[in-house]
Design a binder for this molecule. Structure first.
Ligand code: NAI
Ligand code: MG
Length: 789
């Protein structure tokens, strides 16, 4: 083509990034020894390898050693051996090493970017300008956390050996998100990259050795799902961090249940990209290109649902189509490429079949008339319109360059549509009216909300989802907690003994004052089954009866909790209500003291101390209700990030027998303080304490449905709560077996579960328990607000 012809066509010439250095690196390596264990390079014990393909050509890039259980075992042993010294290395020393890693990655930035684009297929502009700089930023940011750890997280220790499993869509960046906070916290790691994209992790391991990371602190094992499962199931791992599909996330939730492993899951999404009629449509279109066609749509937080206000829908969609026609598909190493190939044939087939199914279900699928490259796993950018809310393209994560467009009329309808998903990872809100956007953001069930922007990330600001998008946050202050623990006592939880109820001789009848009902929706209600259970003192004398709640009662309680408006009360209002509750409990302190003493058999003085401390805890929760606030981050861009503490939602509490009042209020008060409606299952042995408490609640201005109390067989009721899909979080203190069941049964909707793991918290002695429950009572939403023009 002559210069004149090119000028006439107004087309781009090729602008390839050189792959010479990357090819030399590839040629210099023997990938059959690509397991980095205890600071040495090893082949798999089995000698097995797997093939890695180049998505743009389909050609083989490497045959990589595949770690089996033996290799995973060796890696975990190496990590365990390295842990004591590393966790005792000073924060300053760890900071220097993290910083050195970041700097070394920067120095090799070009090689990292090219390798990443070759291995994953992502356009070089993205790997060069986004993946690599953000990964570097993560290490340098976390160097700071390492040094300031003791001050910022008093009373916390590293959680231990971490198993980390990452996906193929951002291989180096996800590695950084996992390894940087773990090392900052003083943990050691066994990381498994995805089987499609092992290359940059190998380069990273080489850098670790040079940056002074002690042997065994970072171990990297290559392999697929089986290797991942071997990590998940390894008994000597303290924490699992996973990013990937919701399907595997649920498998991991079940597999780790009852093991005491700490768990964080960053899973899929179906994020809404909301465009209001007062948006700058041209900016919104550019945002959308980034939102859904960034990394070919293989992004967990991709804005895959375009929700556009009806009045501007036609204009917006016309602009989108015009823009789609200009997206350039091609060589990932070409600096002008917008869209590269998908990761693998299996992913291409998956995306194609989902588009076909979406069309079969009534969507109109449109693609620009662009040419597909001759080789590679390319898929044209696709716009689906006439998408019904139940269409597969509106419900399921496609993980490809496919956008499903829908319209809404009012803001309210838009919010409802946005929240009509089981996911909750991210959302974008486009409006030139910032007060509207800031009004909408808190109503969206998503962990990240970008106002007039999309796919902006920074190490300072936590990332993670609500609902089935997983739990836990990566990055920022909150992300560090995933790699820390507070040393817990070792006391094993034992339910209080249950003496045989003494036959009713007539002499103890006066002790039976009444049969309290359940407390649901602000009313005392008879249990559905109409059964009552006797409650005895330690000698077996019958002190009363309580309702035996069942599945139906829990369902009723959950639906009234769901309908309660407690989360809308202002923090000041919640504080006042809790102060009032504490006051009203204080008025009846003597009565509660007597009740606890006679039921449990402890001395009145001890019972009085429990009541006093309970009142104090409610007071403390009241005082924090309007002070346990979010943060503001200032990432290196023209944007502020508002990290808002939001209530998690309907919260189940299964309370123990020991300290029956204190334990219940230590959990319930923080839950309420942060705006969570509660369904409490009190101590099965001493439920009369809780039924007395609801009489106090009735006089304390807590709105109907904000607290519900269902007495009965707490083991049975806990399992019902764990399975219930409309319960957002569950805290359970109980025996090992119960805690394991609850964790396993929670997998269906991935509710946030905390259990005592069969241990008995020190309710009176451990003052920091309240802080722990405050942290568990909130879900942190990061709202990104750009400024400037
Ligand atoms: P995947 O969830 O199976 O893979 C993610 C990682 O988990 C990989 O390292 C894999 O080796 C590992 N893994 C797989 N099975 C495992 C198991 N049983 N135990 C432990 N680790 C296991 O995702 P895959 O198969 O690569 O992609 C399938 C679909 O999942 C995609 O089409 C996409 O919809 C979704 N996905 C979502 C991601 C996200 O970040 N939201 C990331 C990757 C996939
Ligand atoms: Mg899979």
């Amino acid at each position: 083509m002559t210069i004149l012809e090119r000028y006439a066509a107004m087309d781009y010439g090729p602008a390839p990034e050189s792959r010479t250095e990357a090819d030399a690196w590839l040629n210099a390596h023997d990938f059959s020894k690509a397991l980095f264990i205890g600071g040495t390079w090893q082949a798999a014990a089995s000698g097995k390898t797997f093939t890695v393909l180049e998505p743009a050509t389909g050609e083989t890039l490497a045959e990589v050693s595949e770690a089996g259980p033996e290799d995973v075992n060796a890696a975990v042993r190496a990590a365990r051996r390295a842990l004591p010294a590393w966790s005792k290395t000073s924060g300053y020393e760890r900071a220097r090493i993290l910083y050195a890693i970041g700097r070394a990655m920067q120095r090799h930035g070009r090689l990292f970017a090219v390798l990443e684009s070759i291995d994953n297929g992502k356009p070089i502009r993205e790997s060069r300008d986004i993946d690599v700089p953000l990964a570097v930023r993560h290490f340098i940011h976390h160097a700071g956390w390492a040094q300031t750890l003791e001050k910022a997280y008093p009373g916390h220790q590293p959680v231990g050996v971490c198993g980390q499993i990452i996906p193929w869509n951002f291989p180096l960046l996800m590695l950084a998100w996992k390894i940087a906070p773990a090392l900052a916290a003083g943990c050691t790691v066994v990381l498994k990259p995805a089987e499609f994209t092992p290359l940059t992790s190998i380069l990273f391991a080489e850098i670790c050795a040079r940056a002074g990371v002690p042997k065994g602190v970072v171990n990297i094992v290559q392999g697929g799902g089986e290797t991942g499962a071997a990590i998940v199931e390894h008994p000597d791992i303290d924490k699992i961090a996973f990013t990937g599909s919701s399907e595997v996330g649920k498998i991991i939730r079940r597999a780790t249940a009852g093991t005491g492993k700490k768990l964080s899951l960053e899973l899929g999404g179906k994020s809404a990209f909301m465009v209001f009629e007062d948006a700058d449509l041209d900016s919104a279109v550019e945002g959308l290109v980034d939102g859904i066609w960034f990394n070919q749509g293989q992004v967990c937080c991709a804005g895959s649902r375009l929700l556009v206000q009806e009045s501007v829908a036609e204009r917006m969609l016309a602009k989108v189509k015009a823009r789609m026609g200009h997206l350039r598909l091609g060589d990932p190493l070409d600096k002008n490429t917008d869209i590269g190939p998908l990761i693998a044939p299996v992913q291409l087939e998956r995306v194609k079949s989902m588009v076909a199914e979406g069309a079969r279900q009534g969507a109109e699928c449109w693609q620009p008339a662009s040419d597909l490259p001759q080789t590679g796993y390319y898929h044209l950018p696709t716009l689906a319109t006439s998408v019904a809310p139940s269409n597969i393209l509106a419900q399921e994560e496609v993980f490809g360059p496919v956008l499903a467009a829908m319209t809404f009329r009012t803001q309210e309808e838009g919010v409802a549509l946005a929240n009509n998903t089981r996911y909750g990872l991210a959302a974008s809100v486009w409006s030139e009216n910032i007060s509207r956007a800031l009004h909408v953001a808190p109503q969206l069930k998503a962990g990240v909300v970008w106002i007039n922007g999309t796919n902006i990330f920074d190490a300072s600001s936590g990332f993670g989802g609500y609902r089935e998008s997983g739990f836990g946050r990566e990055g920022g202050h909150e992300g560090l907690y995933e790699y820390l623990k507070r040393p817990a006592g070792k006391a094993v939880y034992k339910p209080a003994p249950r003496p045989e109820p003494q036959p009713d001789t007539g002499s103890n009848t006066p002790l039976i004052d009444r049969t309290p009902k359940l407390f649901i929706g602000g009313k005392q209600v008879r249990p559905d089954g109409n059964y009552a259970l006797p409650v005895t003192d330690p000698k077996g004398r019958i002190m009363g009866e309580v309702g035996a709640g069942n599945r139906k009662d829990i369902r009723d309680a959950v639906s009234t909790a769901r309908a309660s408006k407690w989360h809308q009360a202002t923090a000041y209002n919640r504080a006042q209500v809790l102060y009032f509750l504490a006051e009203n409990l204080a008025v009846r302190a003597a009565e509660f003291t007597g009740r606890i003493a006679s039921l449990t058999g402890i001395r009145p003085k001890e019972a009085a101390a429990e009541v006093d401390l309970s009142i104090e805890r409610i007071f403390a929760a009241a005082s924090l209700a309007d002070k346990y606030e979010g943060r503001v981050h200032q990432p290196p861009a023209r944007v502020v990030t508002l990290a808002l503490n939001e209530p998690v939602g309907v919260l189940g509490i299964v309370s123990p027998d020991d300290a029956p009042l204190l334990a219940l209020v230590t959990m319930m008060a923080p839950a309420l303080a942060m705006g969570n409606p509660v369904v409490a299952v009190p101590s099965a042995r001493f439920p009369l304490v809780a039924t007395d408490l609801y009489q106090v609640i009735e006089t304390s201005d807590l709105p109907a449905g904000s607290v519900n109390i269902v007495t009965g067989d707490s083991v049975e009721l806990a399992a019902v709560l764990a399975k219930h899909d409309d319960v957002d979080a569950l805290w359970c203190v109980g025996e090992t077996q119960l805690c394991a069941t609850v964790e396993r049964e929670s997998a269906a909707n991935l509710k946030r579960v905390w259990t005592s793991g069969g241990l008995a918290p020190d309710w009176a002695g451990d003052a920091a328990l309240l802080d722990d429950f405050f942290r568990r009572a909130v879900e942190i939403k990061n709202v990104w607000v750009p400024y400037g023009d």
